[in-house]
Design a protein around this ligand. Structure first.
Ligand SMILES: [Zn+2]
Ligand SMILES: [Zn+2]
Length: 179
C-alpha cells in the first residue's frame, strides 16, 4: 500500500454576507485544519499563503471538499462537497442569535459567519449547541487574535482575552495546542 502523502481540503467559499458564498478557494492539508503542531498554512486563491489560524477561521463556515493526494501529488480521490454547517443549522442559528453573538456586538446576521466553539477539525459537532454567529472582526479575534469564547448559562457568551503567551504560540507552535 502506497503511503498517502497528504490529504487536502478544498474549502470553497468565504462567505462575507450571511453565508452567501463568494467561492474563493482555499487549499490546506487536513493537519492544518486540525491545528496540529508544525503544519504549514493554506493556500488561498488570489491571496497566496495564509497561516493555519486563518485556514481554521475560513473552514469554520464553508463548503468543504476532500481531495486525496498520492506521494507525487497525483489526485487519488475527490470527495463530495459538504456544507459546514448545514443549511438547517445555519437557519436555526440565524433565528436563535439574531446577529453576532459576541458580547454587546450589534452586527446583524447578514454580516456574520458561523463559528464552531470546538472546531470541526478537532471533532466539534456542527450543531447549534457548538455554533455561534460572529461578525468578521470578532471571528478574526477568536482565530487569529487569540481570544476564546465560552458559553455560560444558556446562550450567554463570554469573551476571554488572549494570554500573554499567545503571540509566542502564533509564531512558533511547539507544544500542545491548548484550547
Ligand atoms: Zn470560527
Ligand atoms: Zn461582532
Amino acid at each position: 500500500m502506497v503511503e498517502v502523502a497528504s490529504h487536502a481540503l478544498d474549502v470553497g467559499a468565504v462567505p462575507t454576507t450571511g453565508g452567501s458564498s463568494t467561492d474563493l478557494q482555499l487549499t490546506a492539508s487536513v493537519e492544518t485544519v486540525m491545528g496540529l503542531d508544525g503544519t504549514s498554512g493554506g493556500e488561498l486563491e488570489f491571496a497566496g499563503v495564509v497561516p493555519a489560524a486563518t485556514v481554521q477561521r475560513l473552514a469554520c463556515d464553508a463548503r468543504i471538499r476532500r481531495v486525496l493526494l498520492g506521494p507525487n501529488s497525483a489526485v487519488i480521490d475527490v470527495g463530495r462537497a459538504l456544507r459546514l454547517p448545514s443549511a438547517a443549522a445555519r437557519a436555526a442559528l440565524r433565528v436563535r442569535s439574531g446577529g453576532c453573538d459576541w458580547p454587546r456586538c450589534d452586527r446583524p446576521v447578514a454580516f456574520t459567519n458561523a463559528h464552531h466553539l470546538v472546531h470541526w477539525g478537532h471533532g466539534g459537532a456542527t450543531d447549534v449547541d457548538n455554533l455561534v454567529l460572529l461578525c468578521y472582526r470578532h471571528h478574526w479575534m477568536v482565530h487569529e487574535g487569540g481570544w476564546q469564547l465560552a458559553r455560560v448559562e444558556h446562550d450567554r457568551i463570554l469573551a476571554i482575552p488572549p494570554t500573554p503567551s499567545h503571540r509566542t504560540w502564533i509564531r512558533a507552535p511547539a507544544t500542545g495546542v491548548g484550547g
